[in-house]
Each structure stands twice: as structure tokens, then as C-alpha cells.
Design a protein. Structure first.
Length: 95
């Protein structure tokens, strides 16, 4: 399911789903001039996988973070939550 979308010149879309093993897969795609300037390519894709055994911990940490801030939560905030709380995860990207 798409959980975030920004249309326009600076397009971004982030999706989340569970795979057949119960792992949480979050992936996104960004396109536009800023991506091209930063990466040298107009398309950037990124992936975050939370193993099934860590989904409960991850969910609670995301709730704690979002209830205690006023700014919008972004993809890299999710990755940082995993790293800060020693939640097993896999992060990768492609451009």
C-alpha cells in the first residue's frame, strides 16, 4: 500500500507491505531535479526490511517517536529508529 506520495517535480512515493514470511517491507522511489543533482540520475530507489521478529518492537518505537514530535516522519527516520534502538533491519538503495 502506498503510505506517502508527493507529486510534482520532486516526486516521491513510499509503499509498505508484508511479504510471505511476515517481514515488513518499506520501499520508496524519488525522482526529479534534486535527485539528479545529488545522485547524477533522475531516479532513486530505497528499501527497508524489518524482520517479522522485530515488527512489534519497530511498531512501538515508531509510535513513541511520532507521538512525541510535531514534524512529519520520513523514510530515513524509520531507518534511524531501527539503528537507534538496535532493531534488526536491512537497508539498501539503488539509483
Amino acid at each position: 500500500m502506498e503510505i506517502y506520495r508527493r507529486d510534482g517535480d520532486a516526486f516521491s512515493s513510499i509503499r509498505a507491505a508484508f511479504d510471505a514470511n511476515g517481514n515488513l517491507k518499506i520501499d520508496g522511489q524519488s525522482m526529479g531535479p534534486t535527485v539528479e543533482e545529488f545522485f547524477g540520475d533522475s531516479d532513486f530507489e530505497y528499501y527497508l526490511t524489518i524482520p517479522k521478529s522485530e515488527v512489534q518492537n519497530f511498531t512501538l518505537e515508531v509510535l513513541k517517536k511520532t507521538f512525541n514530535q510535531e514534524k512529519q516522519l520520513g523514510f530515513y527516520d524509520l531507518r534511524d529508529i531501527c539503528e537507534e534502538n538496535k532493531i534488526k533491519h536491512h537497508y539498501n538503495w539503488w539509483n
